[in-house]
Design a protein around this ligand. Structure first.
Ligand SMILES: Nc1nc2c(ncn2[C@@H]2O[C@H](COP(=O)(O)OP(=O)(O)OP(=O)(O)O)[C@@H](O)[C@H]2O)c(=O)[nH]1
Ligand SMILES: [Mg+2]
Length: 300
């Protein structure tokens, strides 16, 4: 029988460095949502890529930050336990700017647990001078002797095959843990909820999107037609936020829903009828029961 190989690869880094963008790029599919705002990703997201005998299991994680509420605690835990059973870590960083606390903490963890780690310097398209890159590499390798350093620009599809070549060295001979045609272990409802949350992040001011959670109450294909009916509830923390999410004459909610519908249609390849409602649940980000209900609790 043909030998098979697999590897678990954790993608970590401070918020907004392009971790989810990198995951989508290697998968060739938009699985994780991406925005220009920090703390877009809330839970760990598994993306599966199978190339012949090799299966890569990538785990995208929330950008580590100081937890400000129970939801934040869960996000931090999701990163730390992801690092338990992996073959190699991709530490994604910006090409310039100060190295922040969460990056120092991640490097400490990598050292302490003796994890193989590849430094991925993303967004090199933003560098004006090439010499800056050498400085950046020196700055990080002074902190840790990474197993490899790969500069990339996910935006320009530049350097990703080099990352894959480095990752290949950490695959081990083993069975494939997922069916070869799978993209993720995320339930479809979670993917739908995430698309709606992305459109809220893109259309609303900072404080509102971070206080929203989406619950898909119904998701069903019609018997007689190729239409997928989806009912979603957007929970927010204040009635003033509810008003803003809905907008004048429902204009804001309509825009969010129609952008999300387009995305969901192209992901699933089926016509979608999406209905969204907005409800208030005060301070849900500090209530374990609600975090749990919204599927945001930390799970192994
Ligand atoms: N210029 C440039 N922008 C990029 C590149 N890769 C990603 N971005 C942008 O960086 C922003 C953040 O990307 P994400 O993929 O959401 O970042 P993340 O690390 O997953 O962020 P969190 O989930 O919040 O931790 C988005 O606006 C991306 O379009 C790149 O190579 N070059
Ligand atoms: Mg992300």
């Amino acid at each position: 029988m043909m030998k098979t190989y697999s590897g678990f690869i954790a993608i970590v880094g401070k918020p907004n460095v392009g971790k989810s963008s990198l995951l989508n790029e290697v998968l060739g599919e938009k699985l994780a949502i991406v925005t220009h705002k920090p703390q877009t990703t809330r839970t760990k997201i598994t993306g599966v890529l199978t190339r012949g005998s090799k299966q890569y299991v990538f785990i995208d994680t929330p950008g580590l930050h100081k937890a400000q509420n129970r939801l934040g605690d869960n996000m931090v835990k999701a990163v730390n336990t992801t690092l338990n059973d992996i073959d190699v870590v991709l530490l994604v960083v910006e090409p310039q700017g100060p190295i922040n606390r969460s990056e120092h903490d991640l490097i400490e963890t990598i050292k302490k647990r003796k994890l193989p780690a590849i430094l991925v310097i993303n967004k090199i398209d933003l560098l004006d001078k090439k010499e800056r890159l050498a400085e950046r590499i020196a700055q990080f390798t002074a902190l840790h002797s990474f197993d490899a350093v790969v500069p990339v620009s996910v935006l320009n599809h530049d350097g990703m095959e080099l990352v894959m070549q480095e990752v290949d060295r950490y695959l081990t001979e083993s069975v494939h843990f997922f069916p070869d045609d799978s993209l993720t272990d995320q339930p479809e409802r979670v993917i739908v909820a995430e698309r709606i949350r992305e459109k809220i992040l893109l259309n609303m001011r900072q404080e509102i999107p971070h206080g929203t959670a989406i619950v898909i109450e119904k998701m069903q294909e019609r018997d007689d037609k190729d239409i997928l009916d989806i009912d979603a509830v957007i929970y927010c923390e204040r009635s003033t936020h509810k008003g803003m999410l809905i907008g004048k004459g429902g204009s804001v909610l309509k825009k969010i829903a129609s952008e999300a519908r387009e995305d969901i249609q192209s992901f699933f390849g089926i016509q979608v009828n999406l209905q969204c409602w907005v409800k208030v649940k005060e301070d849900w980000r500090n209530k374990d029961g609600l975090i749990n209900n919204f599927g945001l609790s930390f799970r192994e």
